[in-house]
Design a protein around this ligand. Structure first.
Ligand code: ATP
Ligand code: BTN
Length: 254
């Protein structure tokens, strides 16, 4: 792998031509594989998004991958790994001269539309993490016709927006290189401040009026910041300010 410059992430790659879901496969093998093992597939037949949604993953058109991690941290900190992933994808794109925005906590946007989503899952017992699987899906070389009609106004690909075919191996290598640096800081130095800086600087939400959707509940507010814990700082309509933990919320524009 000419594009890889890491000590452990991506040193063991499980490659598939087709698979149901790389996250599912990664969870199946996680106990037996080392930290940093990457599962990647040309296509997913049952790609999963957040909140149990389906993730469209056509053959050869994207990066569908999952990284197995075994951090010795408190399980409540695991959602921060999603922010590390988002920052790594943003930086990797920037290295390739592609500008993007991070939509906290798990999306990357180009031209206001989603090109990447991250799904982090964990297995833990007695407050100890057994493993974490961080899945990254990127719409790289989709053409217009690869985007399902119902996603046309929400989803985008790098190729459609930039009008160029992207070298997926180069992008993959870049992402893994950037992610390893941020992950080592998180795991060993217990800091995510570099990733937070990236998320703030490229935020699609800071300064915007948004709807925060949690199950059936919907509240309106204005996003003020992303704090050092990686939480979204929101000022609600009644003037109260609160920090939102990523959990299972969706944030949408008005
Ligand atoms: P999230 O839960 O990530 O906050 P959301 O509710 O804000 O999501 P969007 O991310 O705006 O929703 O919408 C994207 C929708 O399209 C989601 O339901 C997502 O699962 C779905 N989708 C499926 N496959 C893709 C894909 N390849 N690219 C972009 N979106 C996709
Ligand atoms: C989201 O935005 O809802 C998260 C999407 C995550 C998709 C990736 S593709 C690789 C990995 N395998 C999956 O089944 N899902 C993630």
């Amino acid at each position: 792998e000419p594009y890889l410059d890491t000590s452990f992430i991506g040193r063991n790659i499980k490659y598939f031509d087709t698979i149901d879901s790389t996250n599912k496969k990664a969870k199946e093998i996680a106990f037996d594989e080392n930290e940093g093992t990457v599962v990647i597939s040309e296509e997913q037949t049952e790609g999963k998004g957040r909140l149990g949604r389906h993730w469209v993953s056509p053959k050869g058109k994207g990066i569908w991958m999952s990284i197995i991690l075994k951090p010795k941290v408190d399980p409540i900190k695991v959602s921060k790994i999603t922010l590390l992933g988002a920052a790594a994808v943003h930086k990797a794109l920037k290295n390739m001269n592609i500008e993007s925005q991070i939509k906290w906590p798990n999306d990357i946007l180009i031209d206001g539309k989603k090109i990447c989503g991250i799904l982090t899952e964990m297995n833990c017992e007695l407050n100890m993490i057994n493993y974490v699987v961080m899945g990254i899906g990127i719409n790289v070389n989709f053409n217009q016709e690869d985007i399902p009609v119902d996603l046309k106004d929400k989803a985008m690909s790098i190729k459609i927006s930039k009008d160029i075919e992207i070298n997926r191996k180069e992008l993959l290598g870049n992402i893994i290189n950037e992610f390893e640096k941020l992950y080592i800081d998180f795991r060993d130095k217990k800091t995510i401040s570099k990733a937070i800086k990236v998320c703030r600087e490229s935020s699609a939400l800071i300064g915007k009026e948004v709807r925060i959707i949690k199950g059936e509940e919907e509240t309106l507010g204005k996003v003020l910041d992303i704090n050092e814990e990686g939480e979204l700082v929101v000022e609600f309509q009644d003037g109260t300010v609160d920090n939102i933990y990523s959990g299972e919320v969706s944030v949408r524009g008005l």
